[in-house]
Design a protein around this ligand. Structure first.
Ligand SMILES: Cc1cc2nc3c(=O)[nH]c(=O)nc-3n(C[C@H](O)[C@H](O)[C@H](O)COP(=O)(O)O)c2cc1C
Length: 374
């Protein structure tokens, strides 16, 4: 019987357990560079078998939120170096989630105040589709995402290259690998979804080969730069976040990707379920089909708990279990799950922005009484 708490071999890297800290944006980098506070936050959570960093933008163009630590400049690489050293000093393993938000941005965040880029020119317009950017008076806050412009064919090669450069930077910064962000309505998913991708060229003429071409070109470029054993990718099939309507070919699209990725021998595929425990976005039948098409390391995140993780492991549907919000308030989550200790509840108001409060001040269980109850 597989256990959540046993070691796992991730393409030659020994993970201490099968628990993954899911990527979580915390928006505390005032100047876009990870700092000592960031390093402390990840060091506290290094007991996860695998830590995936918050989304780190590959370029200014790929940025959709203010105060996010990027990974394109020398200063950013050196900031992340402090984070990876802190995690490694605890015996942990950490991948960088490399990210381009596409249309989920705002002109105030773009180079030269230009339009954000996407597969097409269709803006995200539901009530959640906000960028965290700068208003006319220069103060930061949530603003409607700007109308994007379609990437020109020759620019696509440049964005693919930006991903490869970011991956090389991540390795230089000491990360054990990268997770390409293909989930949650950002640029890669904007190419996958035919309601958003209305291109008529080889990146979007309606068929699955064309809609997935951009994603696979990114994977191939990143693999060529740092090696398949250091590359993971994240998807959120059946997610609707940021105005991504469902389409009839969702299953076909992700099963096509599963087969294509199987052939590429990546470190892992990370699926995120955007639903909740009572109403998952992905059916278990879909998960089974994905698992059949992709037999490499598979992570699932989204409303995970110990019981569900153990059941999915026992059914051989997943290899590693991803936890997001529980890691915010429980830096020692692995220990708490192992010993069935109570979990502290995270405070939503301090998820994004600010300083140490709600970031690095959640105690480990042994350190004192449960201070925080939401
Ligand atoms: C504060 C916060 C920030 C997040 N940032 C990211 C991110 O940068 N990249 C990403 O792929 N998912 C992000 N997510 C989604 C999480 O990785 C995770 O999949 C989600 O929270 C569901 O898991 P949970 O129910 O265990 O929290 C974020 C979630 C939260 C709560």
């Amino acid at each position: 019987m597989k256990s959540l708490f046993e070691a796992y071999d991730l393409r030659g890297r020994r993970l201490g357990n099968r628990i993954v800290m899911a990527p979580m944006t915390r928006a505390r980098a005032r100047d876009g560079v990870a700092d000592l506070q960031t390093a402390l936050y990840y060091r506290q959570r290094a007991g996860a078998g695998l830590v995936v960093s918050e989304g780190t933008p590959i370029s200014q163009e790929g940025t959709g939120f203010a105060f996010i630590p990027g990974i394109w400049s020398k200063a950013q690489v050196s900031g992340w170096d402090g984070v990876t050293r802190a995690v490694h000093a605890q015996g942990g393993t950490i991948f960088a989630q490399i990210w381009h938000v596409g249309r989920m941005s705002h002109t105030s965040l773009q180079p030269g105040g230009g339009q954000p880029v996407s597969a097409g020119a269709i803006p995200a317009r539901d009530d959640k589709s906000m960028a965290f950017a700068f208003g006319e008076d220069g103060t930061a806050g949530f603003v409607e995402a700007s109308v994007p412009r379609p990437l020109r064919a020759e620019e696509i090669a440049r964005v693919v290259d930006d991903f490869a450069n970011a991956a090389a930077n991540a390795v230089e910064a000491g990360f054990d690998g990268v997770e390409i962000h293909g989930a949650n309505g950002y640029l890669l998913e904007q190419f996958l979804n035919p309601h958003v991708n209305d291109r008529t060229d080889r990146y979007g003429a309606g068929n699955v080969e064309d809609r997935t071409r951009f994603v696979l070109e990114i994977v191939d470029a990143v693999v060529a730069r740092i090696g398949a054993d250091r590359v993971g990718i994240r998807f959120s099939p059946f997610g609707k976040l940021f105005d991504m309507p469902h389409y009839p070919q969702i299953e076909e699209t992700y099963l096509h990707l599963a087969a294509a990725l199987q052939a590429r021998g990546l470190a892992y595929v990370h699926l995120m379920d955007q639903g909740n425990a009572a109403a998952p976005a992905m059916s278990e039948a879909f998960l089974r089909k994905f698992r059949r098409a992709y037999t490499g390391t598979l992570i699932l995140a989204g409303s995970m708990d110990k019981g569900r993780a153990e059941r999915l492991l026992g059914d051989d549907l997943i290899d590693l279990a991803g936890f997001g919000q529980p890691f915010i308030a429980n830096p020692d989550l692995v220990e708490r799950l192992r010993r069935d200790l109570p979990l502290a509840k995270p405070v939503r108001e301090t998820y994004y922005g600010g300083g140490a409060e709600g970031y690095t001040d959640y105690p480990a269980y042994e350190d004192g009484p449960e201070a925080r109850v939401a």
